[in-house]
Design a protein around this ligand. Structure first.
Ligand code: SAM
Ligand code: SF4
Ligand code: SF4
Length: 340
């Protein structure tokens, strides 16, 4: 059956189209804005193997989301997704599901030299690779593990060579790396990769988020425009989260994901599945809905479908539009659990 005919709509009439699957909460980096090393230390209680959804369980849920709930796009994320064993095997399973129009992955790139070619053969189409600076000193401090810029650039090369479509993600935080906006823009423009700037977000409760540290979309655009003039262009599709800009007189473009300064909740069509099988209907959610328990206690496909349909039907999330002082302090799920 065509998934387009099965769309489910939430309280604000937003369809469910995009499923982001986190396959692990572990990571080989400790980015200060995501998994600060002082909190995610050696004693941090990461999920144990039997707490993770197995690849068979992920495949089954994805099948239900795509065939019966209208999902068209899948993104694999983490933690660092390539830390999970045999990831190409999962991609292969998902790629076989009829109705999946797109499979992408978000990664820090460090393990792509090892896996890019297998991922491509398994059916992966696109990767978003995160890189926040071209200077080793700055990047090493941000990633918390002194990983070199070259490590990620090698990952980008490997993805290119394997034939994957590549975009680059750069989180911009005031006082951390705003001076790297222009060098990064020039570097990736020359190489023909779309660079997407992401405003520093208040996901989770551990990254010491403060509004004054948010380097806004407006500032990012002004900064680049002074050196390389930009013009706004239309979104590729409804619900695209990045605002797109083209360098005037060229085909090269950049994007800005402005979840703080210019929220896009009104078209948000994403659900997020954590590595332990909790479904979250917003990046800033406090509570998730357990899908692992019903799966493991024998729920049928129809029962699982009904459960998710009900959850989505009652969805009223629009955190970025309503962001308030009290919502900043309430307990929220960590980014490394749901993957951005
Ligand atoms: N480990 C992979 C990576 O870094 O690409 C995938 C998971 S990571 C959580 C997904 C994306 O979220 C990355 O591009 C990362 O830079 C971004 N991110 C993490 N914490 C963030 C924050 N507080 N604000 C904005 N973006 C954030
Ligand atoms: Fe790891 Fe990605 Fe989070 Fe950095 S942003 S700590 S690479 S999960
Ligand atoms: Fe979607 Fe929640 Fe982000 Fe709004 S705040 S765009 S509802 S994930």
């Amino acid at each position: 059956m065509n998934s387009k005919d099965n769309a489910v709509y939430d309280y604000f009439n937003r369809p469910l189209r995009d499923l982001r699957i986190s396959v692990t909460d572990k990571c080989n980096f400790r980015c200060t804005y995501c998994m600060p090393a002082e909190i995610f230390g050696p004693d941090y209680p990461f999920l144990k193997k039997n707490q993770l959804l197995s690849y068979e369980e992920i495949e089954r849920l994805t099948q239900i989301f795509v065939t019966s709930l209208g999902v068209q796009k899948i993104r694999i994320t983490g933690g660092e997704p390539l830390m999970r064993k045999d990831l190409p095997h999962l991609i292969e399973k998902i790629n076989k599901i009829e109705g999946v129009e797109d499979i992408a992955m978000t990664t820090n790139g460090s393990l792509l030299p090892k896996f890019a070619s297998d991922l491509k053969s398994a059916g992966l189409k696109r990767v978003s690779i995160s890189l926040d600076s071209l200077q080793d000193k700055v990047f090493g401090e941000i990633n918390g593990r002194n990983v070199s810029v070259k490590t990620v650039l090698d990952g980008i090369d490997a993805a290119d060579k394997a034939g994957l479509k590549v975009k680059i993600n750069m989180v911009v935080k005031r006082g951390m790396n705003e001076h790297e906006i222009i060098p990064m823009a020039k570097y990736f423009r020359e190489r023909g990769h779309i660079l997407r700037f992401i405003e520093f977000m208040d996901v989770g409760n551990t990254n010491k988020w403060n509004l004054k540290d948010v380097y806004s979309k407006k500032e990012i655009i002004q900064n680049i425009h002074q050196v390389m003039p930009l013009e706004a262009i239309d979104p590729n599709y409804t619900g695209e989260v990045a605002s797109r800009y083209r360098y005037s007189g060229s085909h090269e473009e950049i994007g800005v994901i402005s979840s703080v300064s210019d929220a896009f909740c009104s078209t948000c069509n994403r659900a997020r599945l954590s590595a332990n099988g909790m479904l979250y209907t917003c990046l800033f959610a406090s509570i998730g809905h357990d899908l692992r328990e019903p799966i493991r206690s024998g729920a049928s496909d129809d029962q699982l479908k009904d459960l998710v349909e009900k959850i989505w039907f009652n969805r009223k999330d629009r955190y970025s539009l309503d962001r308030s002082d009290s919502s900043k302090t309430r307990k929220k799920i960590e980014m490394s659990h749901i993957g951005g």
